[in-house]
Design a protein around this ligand. Sequence first.
Ligand code: NAD
Length: 317
Amino acid sequence: MQLEGNVIVCDSIDNKGIEILKNAGLNVEYLPEISQQELITKAKDYDVIIVRSRTKVTKEVINSATKTKIIARVGVGLDNIDTLEAQKKNIEIINAGEASVNAVSELVLGLMLSLSRNIPNANYATKQGKWIKKDLMGVELKGKYLGIIGLGKIGRNVARLARGLRMNLIGYDVVPIDKAFAQEVSLITTDLKTLIESSDYITCHVPFTEQTKHLINKEMLSMMKNGSYLINTSRGEVIEERALIDCLKNKKIGGAALDVYEVEPPTNKELLELDNLICTPHIGAQTKEGQELASTVIAEKIIQKLSERSQEDIKPN
Ligand code: NAD
């Protein structure tokens, strides 16, 4: 079935999804550099608006998007879309939650290994002509306790990968953790406080909500094991950054690795200058495979939704 309709792609996405949409008959405009103001002006022309994270689908954009049926986020979080306003206008919102699971999980392993073996500092010093081998005594992941906060799609995948590295797993979630899964990876389920106190590594995989804002705060950080490590690839707001800076400054914990920040890009020099902190620029989902999958998943979801709508339209009353 060939579809009709106009689609705007406002951020850079993998070409595969664009081809799928075009092959389905849709008219796709690829404007990955479009400014916020231009989008407000043009939004009225499109049935579907596709974004990643650069473009903000604000109330103003939604108000001018008078014929838009779908807003699609090629990724997971919907923080850049005014979902309430979209709901009011009966605009469907779709995302590609499945697509970045492996990409984020592998980054978590990379960050844990980087922290444990001091890889970023080792690289930097060696290239500066400094042979600092004696300062680079590392620790191994094997046999260490990894505390996973949030056992959703990414948390569960991290658990499976970490098990392959022979880590011991501790998990906490607000919803009951599936028993069969816990058994499969020998995961001990517990409350947040016990997880924090018992883990050598802690990794956060919760969404950003009112309940998860500063879930890891000063009190929680003070309960972490001396010399343990904290990794956050979820959302910056989940960790109280001010408290983390203090905790890293006084070397209470061994180090932290952040892919996400309270303000992105991060500007706080006090944070960025810490030598026991590893920073990456929100690259959790930034893999070739992840992006290709995300654009494909989104294109297929859009086609399915638009097909359902056109079937509805031709149904006799
Ligand atoms: P998911 O919805 O599959 O899982 C989230 C889990 O967190 C659920 O099991 C939920 O019950 C649990 N949870 C919610 N509130 C909680 C709380 N207060 N305490 C404990 N557990 C709680 O989500 P996901 O796909 O696994 O994504 C997890 C996080 O990763 C999200 O914040 C998402 O935005 C982020 N993410 C980041 C990147 C990146 O580029 N760094 C990419 C993709 C996803």
